[in-house]
Design a protein around this ligand. Structure first.
Ligand SMILES: Cc1cc2nc3c(=O)[nH]c(=O)nc-3n(C[C@H](O)[C@H](O)[C@H](O)COP(=O)(O)O)c2cc1C
Length: 376
């Protein structure tokens, strides 16, 4: 079943499918009964999975790396899926729309992705408010504390010499609402960012944050996210600096700019262009970077094959009581079903031979199903 749904979803742009699936999950979790079922299926309450790191208690060691929920929109849903922690961001001081689309590409033959998102996010103010709302909601879920990491970065327009100010704004902005911080200087998609991995630039940012941190009534763990493309000397410099500024840990690793040993056709890779490669081909290198005693991985791919019509979300937006919801769900399902039949018949009609026409139909289908879900 999953392979069929996957094939279907792979007909559409990866970024849209991401929002589509997550918004479907949001819809499911809006209905308390379904959320409970999801939590029951995915949450493992087993004390052998619990971990203690830098003073934080993790329910389990499987978490979601930065970039999946950049804007802290899906914490409740990711909690229901059983994650031990979620790293939100990368958050920048000002909102950013990121790079031009398309900017996320699948490499199915390699079980990999290439992305050049460019820190698209709602900015620290909006994200802080969302986290505040989550913080207030959390007491209801007393038996399960989801650890939240705040991954922070700089805006594209901020020159590197002023980068420390951006990190400070994000650090202060999120301080009350995240459990730990990750300083991201390793994304390949913000021009010049990775130059901040150089020892002196890094020292300035990290020691400044640690000074602010030490002045707080209770400091927060501070980690640094590093690129997999560092040389051994650069890595040694970073480790030395980590001890010097008393970092709590390193997050290894961000995406790579390397393209070695891929099974995907070289022309396709060339056509995709710049971006960071993640997934299976990165595993070996990021494992090399990890010290054997670092414990757990900070990233984990989440594949959620849930597919329900976004029309339901739209219909439910107006429905507040149960009977209205029921009617809304019924009519939305019917509309979704009919819409699917319509497009599948159309595709069948053109027999997949007329490529431009087929593309037009898929495009229309894509718009009608996914546009409503994007950006929330
Ligand atoms: C679409 C996408 C967006 C990402 N955005 C961020 C980001 O904003 N900040 C960050 O530190 N890492 C980001 N990452 C990197 C991931 O957090 C992770 O470090 C990387 O994908 C390597 O791990 P993986 O191979 O397990 O996916 C992103 C990755 C992907 C695929």
């Amino acid at each position: 079943m999953y392979s069929v749904i996957r094939k279907f979803l792979f007909l559409f742009s990866a970024e849209r499918v991401h929002y589509f699936v997550m918004n479907m999950l949001k819809f499911v979790c809006d209905i308390g009964f379904f959320k409970k079922i999801l939590s029951k299926i995915f949450t493992l309450n087993n004390s052998s999975l619990e971990r203690e790191f830098f003073g934080l208690h993790f329910k389990n060691p499987v978490g979601l790396g930065a970039g999946f929920d950049k804007n802290a929109l899906y914490l409740r849903e990711l909690e229901a899926l059983g994650f031990g922690f979620v790293e939100i961001g990368t958050v920048t001081p000002l909102p950013q729309s990121g790079n031009e689309k398309p900017r996320l590409f699948r490499l199915p033959k390699d079980n990999a992705l290439i992305n050049r998102m460019g820190f698209n996010n709602d900015g620290v103010e909006i994200i802080r408010k969302r986290l505040e709302a989550w913080h207030n909601y959390k007491p209801q879920t007393t038996n399960y504390k989801l650890i939240i990491g705040g991954n922070i970065g700089k805006n594209k327009i901020t020159p590197n010499e002023n980068a420390w100010k951006d990190y400070e704004i994000c650090f202060n902005g999120l301080f009350d609402y995240v459990d730990y911080f990750v300083v991201n200087v390793s994304s390949p998609n913000t021009p010049g960012l990775r130059e901040l991995q150089e020892k002196d630039s890094l020292r300035k940012i990290l020691s400044h944050l640690q000074t602010i941190n030490a002045a707080k009534p209770k400091r927060k763990p501070l980690l640094l996210k590093i690129a997999p493309d560092l040389t051994k000397e650069q890595l040694d410099d970073i480790i030395e600096l980590s001890f010097e500024v008393k970092l709590d840990g390193l997050v290894a690793t961000n995406t790579t700019i390397g393209r070695e040993f891929l099974k995907t056709n070289a022309d396709k890779i060339k056509k995709i262009g710049a971006g960071g490669l993640s997934g299976k081909p990165l595993m070996e290198r990021s494992t090399e970077v990890l010290a054997p005693d670092t414990g757990f991985s900070f990233t984990s791919a989440l594949k959620s094959p849930i597919s329900i019509s976004p029309l339901i979300i739209r219909a439910l937006a107006a429905g507040t009581n149960i009977s209205t919801r029921k009617t809304a769900i019924n009519s939305a399902f019917t509309m979704f079903f009919l819409l699917n039949i319509f497009f599948i018949s159309l595709l069948f009609f053109v027999k997949l031979k007329n490529k431009p026409l087929m593309r037009a139909i898929l495009f229309a289908y894509d718009i009608s199903l996914f546009r409503v879900c994007e950006g929330n």
